[in-house]
Ligand binder design. Structure first.
Ligand SMILES: [Cu+2]
Length: 249
């Protein structure tokens, strides 16, 4: 009987403490990122040499892997809410295409969203992201170590020959090329328990604006080429757009 009384008391206490905690929590929104991949504004069809770049080469996409980090929400009152997460996306791994950020954002009016495509130097330390990501995304020590920001791979046709390409980016020999993306048209109001943020990557934009990408000129591997890394960084600023879907993926 005594045990029963203690547990009832513990239950009432827990409920009471729970309510107290709830009532002092400011209203906040959990944010779910949904990653979409497009070519020429249509959903990407993998493994099909059906696309054409700005210099007239046909190409396909086979691999899309990358890091999104340091997502930051800019409030209209001038404060920033920076989320410390590092998220890995692999187009062939459904589970990575939907990601709930580890921290909620306070209700209010936001002027926009920014994020880092890849990893800032402080986050780009070999071994810091665990064994699995080390194996998937490690950047060679002889090129400076850390991780790939991105592995985009496919095939292209030039002079009737099909050639594989590795459009890989990362920090090269101590020079960082991560992309600081300010998402256009990303203002919103946080006023519900959940917010879906659609992050759409237009893959064709990697290959244009400002530099029309010639697969034959740059070659199949660009990891050791500083000019190529700088070009990928420049071309990547307008690759993402944002929308706010009503429902989760
Ligand atoms: Cu690589």
């Amino acid at each position: 009987m005594k045990t029963f009384r203690v547990s009832v008391f513990a239950f009432i206490l827990a409920t009471f403490v729970g309510c107290t905690n709830n009532s002092i929590q400011p209203e906040a929104t959990s944010v779910n990122l949904q990653f979409l991949h497009l070519v020429d504004n249509q959903p990407l069809e993998l493994d099909n040499i059906k696309y054409t770049n700005a210099v007239g080469q046909a190409y396909s996409i086979k691999t899309v892997k990358y890091f999104v980090s340091r997502v930051t929400f800019h409030k209209t009152d001038g404060t920033d809410i920076a989320i410390p997460d590092i998220h890995y996306v692999d187009i062939r791994d459904e589970a990575t295409l939907n990601y709930e950020l580890s921290e909620k954002i306070p209700y209010g009016s936001y002027s926009g969203i920014s994020f880092v495509y890849g990893l800032v130097p402080e986050d780009n330390v070999t071994g810091s992201l665990g064994l699995e990501l080390d194996q998937l995304m490690e950047w060679p020590m002889m090129m400076g170590g850390g991780y790939h920001y991105m592995k985009l791979e496919g095939e292209y046709i030039s002079d009737d020959v099909i050639t594989f390409f590795n459009f890989h980016s990362g920090s090269l020999n101590g020079v960082a090329y991560e992309i600081h993306v300010d998402l256009p048209n990303s203002s919103f109001d946080a006023n519900a328990s959940n917010l879906n943020v659609g992050m759409a990557m237009e893959i064709s934009n990697w290959f244009q604006n400002p530099v029309d990408w010639d697969f034959a000129y740059w070659g199949s591997g660009i990891m050791g080429n500083a000019d190529a890394q700088a070009t990928v960084q420049m071309n990547g600023t307008d690759v993402f757009s944002v929308n706010f879907p009503e429902t989760a993926l």
